[in-house]
Design a protein around this ligand. Structure first.
Ligand SMILES: [Zn+2]
Length: 707
């Protein structure tokens, strides 16, 4: 049987069918695929001729399978499996599929590649599902983590179907992870060009990455080798999976400008922000004038007493989600009000949508040729509620759209006087695969959608660099396709208890996230759970009404002050781990009983966290923590008491794990106003105790003790 085995991983295929018979994590003793499981298909092809869609998997009606394994000079083993002369529909020998799997010598990260030759006279290759793990995994056998919505989510014992599109709020980084019995398995597309793609995890049915093939509507089009998908096993769960993706991602073009601390195009004004506000310019017939509205923003920023930014809606005469992109003229008095806000040292950031044109806008006939068109040549249509215009996404490759977004930004910086702009939907919404042959890009699939945005964002950044002003850009939802073009990502979706901080686990120190919007209608514990968690995970908090009531406001102010005092960690550092409650670390073993006991040893809190309009109960540990590492090698320990009672938090901490391996350390308490008292402690694994007030916060900086 053709197989790869480096002592860490064993991957084996059936010689006659090329199906996957074994995927073994030898290091951890986990059989992900092994008999008596039926062998798995590893690819599925979808063809189209016009609107006729047909799929192909093995076994095909006719064809042959050839397998081989070779050893490369560097010690890597490579399996090649060719499915040749496959009959497809009535066409003999129409398709050839070649899969290679490369297993490096000392690594559990296998690299999977596919290419498809298509000799059909009728069908184009529309979509390639690869790797496609047919019927894997069985329901309720793995915890599944996927970066979507704000932070990423962890679904224990996954049984439901999950799907998302890269790059969008439904899939913001090109990987997902599985975990069972303390061992992880990550599937990650190492795709430096960031092709438009999607994923599907449907336990019992299939797990796959799905590539929309460029020009896939044209007969005879196949797929050249594009990028490897890495299947990697390791000890640990989603967090370790994130760190492995980080190692690859930081070398890619979207991180080429370096860390936040070194990025000249990310202004200090953004890095410094402690609290974000969210506000709309009042209607023209309102009793509040733009001038008094500006007063309320300035007043709120004074209250918070930290650098603030305000995201500004309704600054234009047109109705929200209507007549886009005719944002000018502004409502009367807006430039004057914005000037007062900026002069008060506040970042003023108006909203525009950087993706949509309204069919009903006067300017639409001229825009029609530049809309993104579906495979039948029709523009897409999006409607956002009963008040919405008839909105259509614009093709990012067209000169008209590139010029339009640039020109809007230039005018907002110059004529409105704003010092930042929020570009709605750029990272949130997936590509609208465009099949307009007059645009000059590959039809449908490819990486041109992201490239188009990169061209737009680069042009605005060039303008900013030449302006001599401190200006910046943000967008909706996080997404690694836009890290070099957008300076901060709005994480606004309603919070859920299943969230885990995948984004900061990967991109801390390289990307900024802002917002923690949460109701004040469900009591302080509900509010504190949301704010405290976002704080230790590294978001710039806020993006709420400037005048939320006390005591909510006071708590937000406290965390804003801590944020400002700990920028070296939360803005410029790396999120490296969490503190383990001592009661948990004292229970050893990986049996189900041990896992249950560890879970039970952690006191929990619950509160209502509304999800859209429906109330949901969120439950989480009463004390949350995080460990951040600054660029100078110091460690930041962040501990928040989410409950309304006093708490004693005993935790074990191993500073050596994060590079502080000296025999003696210094712990400096960080307060809202700066460094407080310092104490010396021995190095090495230690158990520490923190007495926390109700809703209390404790932050320490751990560093080497200087003799
Ligand atoms: Zn196009």
């Amino acid at each position: 049987m053709p197989h790869l085995d480096n002592g860490l991983v064993r991957i084996e295929f059936d010689e006659k069918t090329g199906l996957l018979t074994h995927l073994l994590d030898l290091e951890g003793g986990v059989a992900h695929v092994a008999p008596p499981d039926p062998p798995l298909g590893v690819w599925k092809l979808v063809f189209r001729a016009g609107t006729d869609e047909q799929s192909l998997t093995w076994p095909a009606w006719k064809g042959e399978v050839v397998t081989s394994v070779e050893q490369q000079d560097d010690g890597a083993q490579v399996a090649t499996i060719s499915w040749r002369n496959l009959w497809f529909r009535h066409e003999p020998a129409a398709v050839v599929v070649v899969v290679t799997v490369r297993l490096p010598k000392d690594s559990s990260a296998s690299e999977w590649r596919i290419r498809v030759a298509n000799r059909s006279k009728r069908y184009g290759l529309w979509e390639v599902r690869f790797p496609w793990f047919d019927r894997w995994p069985a329901p309720k056998t793995y915890d599944f983590a996927v970066p979507w919505y704000n932070w990423g989510h962890l679904y224990p014992n996954v049984a439901d179907k999950h799907t998302g599109e890269f790059s969008s709020y439904t899939w913001s980084m090109q990987f997902f992870t599985f975990e069972a019995a303390g061992r992880g398995l990550t599937i990650a597309a190492h795709d430096p060009l960031q092709h438009y793609k999607s994923y599907l995890v449907d336990p019992g049915n299939e797990t796959s990455m799905i590539l929309r093939v460029p020009d896939g509507t044209k007969p005879g089009v196949g797929l050249d080798e594009t990028y490897p998908v890495v299947v990697e096993t390791y000890g640990g769960g989603w967090f370790e999976g994130c760190k492995r993706y980080r190692k690859w991602a930081l070398d890619q073009k979207w991180c080429a400008k370096g860390p936040i601390s070194k990025r000249k195009d990310v202004p200090k004004a953004l890095k410094d922000i402690g609290i974000w506000l969210l506000s709309s310019v009042p209607e023209k017939n309102s009793s509040t004038t733009p001038n008094t509205w500006a007063d309320s923003i300035i007043e709120a920023a004074r209250y918070y007493d930290v650098p603030c930014g305000v995201q500004i809606y309704q600054w234009h005469e047109i109705k929200f989600d209507n007549d886009y992109p005719e944002y000018f003229p502004t409502k009367p008095g807006v430039p004057e009000a914005v000037r007062r806000i900026v002069d008060a040292g506040i970042v003023a950031m108006p909203y525009i949508n950087a993706r949509l044109w309204d069919y009903r806008a006067k300017s639409f006939p001229g825009a029609f040729p530049s809309t993104a068109k579906d495979a039948t040549g029709v523009p897409y249509l999006e409607i956002y509620g009963p008040e919405s215009g008839l909105l259509t996404p614009m093709c990012t490759q067209t000169k008209l759209w590139q010029d339009t977004v640039f020109e809007l930004c230039r005018r907002i910086y110059q004529e409105v006087g704003a010092n930042a702009i929020y570009l709605d939907q750029v990272a949130a919404m997936p590509a609208a695969p465009c099949y307009d042959p007059t645009h000059g890009h590959p039809l449908g699939g490819g990486h041109h959608w992201h490239d188009g945005y990169r061209a737009i964002l680069d042009r605005i950044k060039d303008y900013i660099a030449k302006s001599g002003r401190e200006l910046f850009l943000t967008t909706e939802n996080p997404g690694d396709a836009h890290i070099d073009g957008c300076d901060a990502f709005l994480i606004w979706n309603p919070r859920q208890e299943t969230e885990v901080p995948m984004m900061t686990a990967v991109y801390s120190g390289y990307a900024l996230y802002y917002a923690s919007p949460h109701t004040t209608g469900q009591g302080m514990q509900s509010f504190v759970m949301a704010q405290g968690r976002d704080f230790v995970w590294g978001s710039q908090l806020g993006w709420m009404d400037p005048n939320i009531p006390e005591p909510y406001r006071g708590y937000l102010k406290k965390l804003g002050k801590f944020r400002v005092q700990t920028r070296k960690f939360l803005t410029c550092g790396e999120f490296v781990g969490q503190l383990t409650p001592a009661a948990v670390s004292e229970i050893t073993g990986s049996s189900e009983e041990a896992i249950r006991k560890r879970e039970a040893a952690v006191p929990k809190v619950s509160a209502v966290w509304p999800l859209w309009d429906s109330p949901k109960i969120a439950t989480m540990p009463a004390v949350l923590s995080s460990v951040w590492k600054s660029e100078d090698g110091h460690l930041g320990l962040f501990i928040v008491n989410l409950s309304e009672e006093k708490r004693t938090f005993r935790y074990s901490f191993d500073p050596g794990k994060y590079g502080l391996s000296s025999a003696s350390l210094k712990y400096t308490r960080i307060t809202e106003s700066g460094p407080g008292e310092a104490a010396e402690a021995r190095g090495g694994i230690q158990v520490r105790t923190e007495e926390l007030a109700p809703f209390g916060v404790a932050v320490y900086e751990a560093s080497l003790r200087r003799a």
